[in-house]
Design a protein around this ligand. Structure first.
Ligand SMILES: Cc1ncc(COP(=O)(O)O)c(C=O)c1O
Length: 476
């Protein structure tokens, strides 16, 4: 049996003794730990190609020695008292784990009011429906599909996503353009590598932006050029002054300012891409959540040969699923697929089928409808409370997404406000680190507040505490 590593030498005496010795050695080495369930004597005998009586004899011997416990209905397990002779020393606990990029990772998981942006309401994950989708997928999945998948994603998921993105985001999507990635972050880092292979040397990135992505993009070797964002979105004239032919944008809801790319800028951006024979990477990270305005179709739908649409289930369901997609021009989609084939052989198959099933059965749409209602009400509660408790602040980006961008009253000191808020139990992100060093000094002090995970009444209290933090007070 290969996974128990029980070597047998058929010319070297009693097989039952050899099996027993193999188990003892595995327990002593710590390879088999207390509670581990062993295969039935019948299965192990079949795997080892010995008679069942040989295994029964070995199990009885080990049970007598206290290595194993056999209980009716619970099979045979390694006994709790069986200890490795020489337990391997516990790995040292790293006293200072390498810091994660600060954006999106709550600095204080114990905060009373966690307004850290970018997280959906994880407590609302539709567990039962996801279980049902997984069960349905497993029931129907042909065994042959359990091999290495198409590295670009399984066909049923690409087909469902193409339909969904066409319907909901007005994307030009067919299964041949859709490549399954482990989220937007993975899609981006794979894409920049493909772009580098195509001769791209620079990638333009909005300023401000999500700082989490910067080191990831830089690690590819591409040079990042920051381009300012104003009230209409990314400044295309400034973009045209760079020598980049690729740009990463968040048109539906700029991260972090919440600006929606204006119609004229959308047209300018597409014209720029055509002019320079360039490519637009459209990060559609929270586009499902739109409250007070008609949904704006994605840019990719305007020019599917110039725009790559990147999205994921991270905001709609949970980041933990690590499932996302790129919808790319066919040539680029093929190279992305090849890239996956060369780097990681594709995404987990059962999850892909489960998501396909979830989309097909309407579970995704239903969940989004519920969450939109919930988030809208939380957004209203926070925006109203900020108007009351932080009257000098200007709130941006309310029409969509799951965060607000709050410019603090003039004269506020961002770090001091954050520190006072933290002392009152409110965790929030400051905007300064999201700007380039060049622009950070002139950037208005601002907070980025995620409201998805906190009920209305607690958001009101958090806004009150933030208001106090702005005026210099704290509440213990
Ligand atoms: C603007 C933006 N883009 C992309 C991502 C990454 O999302 P994913 O989980 O799909 O990799 C995030 C994560 O919070 C984000 O804030």
């Amino acid at each position: 049996m290969t996974d128990l590593h029980l070597p047998l030498d058929r010319g070297a005496g009693r097989l039952a003794a050899q099996i027993a010795a193999g188990f003892r050695a595995a327990v002593r080495a710590g390879r088999l730990t207390a509670g581990t369930r062993l295969p039935s004597s019948r299965d192990l005998a079949r795997d080892l190609e010995v008679s069942r009586g040989v295994v029964v004899a070995a199990y009885e011997q080990l049970t007598a020695e206290g290595f194993l416990i056999a209980r009716r209905g619970d099979g045979t397990r390694i006994a709790p008292l069986a200890r490795p002779d020489d337990p391997a020393p516990a790995p040292p606990i790293d006293p200072a784990p390498a810091p994660l990029p600060s954006c999106d990772i709550p600095p204080d998981p114990g905060a009373l009011y966690d307004l850290w942006p970018s997280q959906p309401d994880l407590s609302a994950f539709p567990r039962e429906r996801w279980i049902a989708a997984t069960r349905a997928a497993l029931r129907t999945l042909p065994s042959d599909e359990l091999t290495y998948p198409d590295p670009g994603g399984v066909r049923p998921l690409r087909t469902e996503l193409a339909g969904y993105l066409g319907r909901v985001r007005a994307a030009v999507a067919d299964p041949g353009r859709v490549v399954i990635m482990n989220g937007v972050a993975h899609g981006l880092s794979a894409l920049v590598r493909v772009l580098i292979a195509d001769g791209h040397r620079a990638l333009a990135v909005e300023d401000p932006t999500s700082v989490r992505q910067l080191p990831m993009l830089e690690a590819s070797g591409i040079r990042l050029v920051r381009v300012p964002v104003d009230a209409d979105g990314v400044d295309v004239a400034a973009l045209a002054r760079t020598n980049a032919r690729a740009v990463l944008v968040t048109p539906a809801h700029q991260y972090p300012t919440g600006v929606v790319l204006s119609p004229s800028r959308r047209a300018e951006l597409i014209a720029w891409a055509r002019d320079v024979d360039g490519v637009i990477l459209e990060d559609d990270y929270d586009a499902e959540f739109r409250y007070d305005r008609e949904p704006v179709g994605c840019l990719q739908g305007v020019d599917p040969d110039r725009v790559v649409l990147l999205g994921s289930v991270s905001k709609a369901l949970a980041p933990a699923l690590r499932l996302g997609w790129a919808v790319a021009p066919t040539g680029l989609a093929t190279r992305l697929r090849e890239h996956r084939g060369q780097t990681d052989l594709g995404a987990p198959v059962i999850e892909q089928y489960a998501l396909a099933e979830f989309l097909r059965g309407g579970g995704y749409d239903r969940h989004l409808r519920t969450m939109r209602r919930r988030y809208r009400s939380r957004r209203d509660a926070l925006a109203d409370a900020l108007a009351t408790y932080m009257p000098g602040a200007t709130v941006h980006g309310v029409s969509a997404g799951i965060h607000l961008y709050v410019e603090l009253p003039p004269g506020s000191h961002e770090d001091a406000v954050l520190a006072r808020a933290a002392r009152s139990g409110v965790s929030a992100a400051g905007a300064r680190e999201m700007w380039s060093a060049e622009r950070a000094a002139d950037a208005p002090p601002a907070l980025v507040l995620g409201y998805a995970r906190i009920a209305e009444s607690r958001l009101v209290k958090a806004a009150q505490l933030l208001g106090k933090a702005v005026t210099g007070g704290t509440e213990g």
